[in-house]
Design a protein. Structure first.
Length: 382
């Protein structure tokens, strides 16, 4: 049987790692089902915020790597010429767009299809959390204008929408009301590794080690996390890991960090490679991410699968954590609830804390059904 051929547009991809979840989502998808389909990836020739191209790839040429063929394009103008060529040389069954609002990797493809510059193929659009209320507030006017153009030109013809959860499905319906929508729920595919850290760690809470691991941008809400710590009297070491996406926001966070009381110490580690994520999370007492919006939350999954309890907002698909003794998912309206949760954690005995780590692991193991997740992702291409 002939393999279905999919051309996938994503702004950043391997060997990059700084842009967060979408890179992991697509690489995990191809790692798991790449032998059953033919994937061609069109992406940037550098990682987010980098000025130079990847040294290990051929730019503006097809590369065979990561169970797929990858085209690392050097410039937007060059891709305007190349995209129609891709379709003349290959007969694709599906076009897979991993953003709704990306002009260079989504909007231009839809416009090419509308203008019949490329063939009329089924399109899968994965908004990747872009339709959440918090995400829509960023560059809001520009997004409203494009949404109206999208509806007016009926660019959603033959579009299959991918929602990663029931929450994202509702977001898509809310934004595209009165449209004839075909939405499929296909959760992000996680990288399974349920083995706990084997190091003989003594879980002393003096100090309590808390980690924030995410991109540094307002939507990830680092300033909220710092203000929570400010209200705590216990000794805490706070580790911040992730690329700086918004320098002005980071400067604001630095000022808040400098105002922390003497019982709170902190370090900023910058970006780390994906293979280092599990190690640094597993050596922390608590993963803290009061995000305003999270489409999936690969780092939340990785924390739970390492046995590290999480303290997150209720704006992610990871819910009912307290019920399962795996952590807390709280509304952002009350900062004191976050303070109280950290105080509760600090008062646990070593035995109670070890049980909490085991329960976090049990929770994520029970929640992840890989066969169902893989089938729902394959169903996108039927």
């Amino acid at each position: 049987m002939k393999k279905k051929k999919i051309i996938c547009f994503i702004q950043y991809y391997l060997p990059g790692f700084k842009s967060g979840g979408p890179v992991r989502t697509i690489s995990n998808l191809i790692d798991n089902i790449g032998k059953e389909y033919t994937f061609h990836i069109v992406t940037s020739d550098r990682d987010v915020y980098d000025y130079k191209s990847f040294q290990s790839v051929k730019v503006d040429k097809w590369n065979k790597a990561h169970n797929s063929k990858i085209f690392y394009r050097s410039s937007f103008l060059w891709s305007l010429i190349q995209i129609p060529k891709f379709f003349r040389k290959n007969s694709y069954d599906y076009i897979y767009l991993n953003s709704f609002f990306s002009f260079q990797f989504s909007i231009i493809v839809l416009l090419f299809k509308f203008l019949k510059i490329i063939p009329q193929r089924k399109i899968i659009i994965a908004p990747r959390g872009e339709f959440s209320i918090s995400a829509l507030k960023i560059k809001q006017l520009r997004k409203i204008i494009y949404l109206n153009i999208f509806k007016l030109l009926k660019l959603d013809k033959d579009v299959i929408w991918q929602a990663s959860s029931i929450y994202e499905l509702n977001d898509i319906k809310n934004i595209l009301r009165k449209r004839n929508l075909k939405i499929k729920i296909a959760p992000d595919i996680p990288e399974i590794n349920f083995a706990q850290n084997k190091k003989d760690i003594v879980w002393s809470m003096k100090p309590l080690k808390i980690i924030f691991l995410s991109r540094i941008s307002s939507i990830k809400n680092l300033d909220f996390a710092i203000n929570v710590l400010k209200d705590l009297k216990i000794n805490i070491h706070f580790e911040i890991v992730g690329p700086i996406c918004d320098k002005e926001y980071w400067e604001y966070c630095l000022k808040l960090l400098e105002e922390l009381p003497s019982n709170i110490s902190y370090n900023y580690f910058g970006s780390i490679k994906h293979k280092e994520v599990r190690e640094i999370i597993s050596n922390s007492h608590l993963f803290f991410l009061p995000t305003k919006s999270e489409n999936y939350g690969h780092t939340i999954f990785e924390s739970l699968s390492a046995g590290t309890p999480v303290l997150i907002s209720n704006q992610t698909p990871w819910r009912n954590l307290s019920k399962h003794n795996a952590g807390w998912d709280l509304p952002l309206l009350n900062q004191l609830d976050f303070v109280e949760s950290i105080n509760k954690l600090s008062k646990l005995s070593s035995k109670q804390y070890k049980k909490k780590r085991l329960d976090a692991l049990k929770f994520v193991r029970k929640r992840i059904n890989m066969s169902e997740i893989l089938e729902s992702n394959k169903d996108l291409f039927y």
